[in-house]
Ligand binder design. Structure first.
Ligand code: UDP
Length: 401
């Protein structure tokens, strides 16, 4: 299998779009940009970077990707920061912040960054900017649900954030009072990856059988990191209510990102709910994600906080009916009742599960619209073009090498 190229997108987005992107990229041949985040797999940021860096290289941009290395206590602190930025309380002790700063400094020493642009993702590597002489703009790309960040942590981070030349949030509504210019890019998917590409009925069946997932009844599925913001307990409760009215099987598929020390406990806490009709799986298999999202009668993403929610995009792309929590970026993907459903409670989720299991035509109708909205708004080419526009917007400020 060869690496996906921008031209592969032509049948989906049209010739004009590809030509426009190539033209914009022509000014940035050999442009040296590096991304830094904190995990190479598990979660949306790694998913985005693995496709975007390759796509950029394919059009002549030298886009790299580095991953933070840290001890378990560093990742425990950064996960607390992640939670606090999404609204949790945090006990911000001097010891914790010193450890955070120390690991960031160590990473800064061993990463030699003299790129024309540095893109730092999320809070884990945020402080790296303190340790470099800039050769070009530094951009902080924050993927979190920033609707209600913890004040104390925000006050600590703000002076660091303001050292950046631009901040990119996923949604306009996450905009903050900052000196730094702010941009808004919603994430996107690669429709050709193993996770998203077409699968034959046979391939789907084979993957589901491999994991002994019963297909005699309709499947209700949630695919998510084991994280309480994704509300797996709420999914199970909603399913149990729905089970009183409809026959179905629930599959919760999850993984644990390398930068998330809480995931294992969340996974374990769910296991008591397992039954003949409630399957909880923790396996790393992207073809299984694809097969489940395709075979499901209903995909849930019942998040309470969600920066964007790539799992929603992925399922919508497969023409599956999605029920999403009325939170963060999910609300910008699902138009309630048109291409999916938005829910704000467990009871509402249960009612929508029942309705969708009972109404195949409705599922098909929502799914068709869902796929079309992803084609128009949420494919990688749109995000790539936003990045190119951002590169161009800096041209006047920093003289490119
Ligand atoms: N994912 C996966 N396997 C799993 C659970 C999640 O591959 O068992 C992927 C999922 O398909 C998606 C990403 O992890 O590509 C999650 O991104 P999202 O934006 O939904 O949430 P995040 O984890 O970044 O909060």
């Amino acid at each position: 299998m060869r690496v996906v190229n921008i031209d592969d997108y032509e049948p989906l987005v049209g010739k004009k779009t590809i030509e426009r992107i190539r033209k914009k990229a022509s000014k940035f041949q050999g442009f040296h940009v590096v991304n830094i985040n904190s995990t190479y797999y598990g979660g949306g940021v790694a998913e985005l970077l693995s496709s975007m860096t390759l796509l950029m290289n394919g059009i002549g941009i030298k886009a790299g990707w580095r991953v933070m290395q840290g001890s378990p206590d560093y990742f425990s602190i950064t996960k607390k920061m992640h939670n606090a930025l999404q609204g949790d309380e945090i006990n911000l002790t001097k010891r914790k912040m010193e450890l955070y700063e120390e690991i960031v400094e160590e990473n800064s020493i061993r990463n030699h960054l003299n790129h024309e642009m540095v893109i730092v993702h999320d809070p884990q590597p945020l402080s790296m900017i303190k340790h470099y002489k800039k050769y070009g703009p530094w951009v902080w790309r924050c993927h979190l649900d920033m609707s209600n960040p913890n004040r104390e942590l925000w006050d600590y981070l703000m002076p660091i954030i303001e050292k950046y030349d631009a901040v990119v949030f996923s949604l306009q509504e996450y905009k903050k009072k900052l000196e730094t210019p702010q941009l808004f890019f919603m994430p996107a998917i690669n429709p050709f990856s193993i996770k998203n590409k077409e699968m034959s009925e046979w391939e789907i069946k084979e993957r589901l059988e491999h994991y002994k997932i019963p297909t005699d009844l309709p499947l209700v599925v949630q695919v998510s990191r084991f994280d309480r913001w994704k509300d797996p307990e709420g999914v199970i409760e909603a399913f149990k209510i729905a089970q009183k009215k409809v026959k179905a099987t629930l599959v919760l598929l999850g993984n644990v990102a390398t930068d998330d020390p809480e995931g294992v406990d969340v996974y374990r806490s769910l296991l008591d709910n397992q039954s003949e009709r409630i399957k909880i799986l923790s396996v790393e298999d992207t073809a299984l994600v694809n097969a489940l999202q395709r075979h499901a009668a209903v995909v849930l993403q019942k998040s309470i906080r969600e920066g964007f929610g790539l799992t929603v995009t992925e399922a919508m792309w497969k023409g599956t009916a999605v029920i999403g929590g009325n939170a963060g970026g999910i609300r910008y993907q699902i138009r309630d009742g048109e291409n999916g459903f938005l829910v704000s409670s467990i009871e509402e989720a249960a009612q929508r599960i029942i309705q969708l299991i009972n109404d195949k035509r409705l599922r098909k109708k929502l799914g068709r619209k869902a796929k079309e909205s992803v084609r128009r708004q949420f494919l990688m080419t749109r995000l790539l073009e936003q990045y190119l526009d951002m590169f161009a917007s800096f041209e006047t400020k920093y003289r490119l090498k």
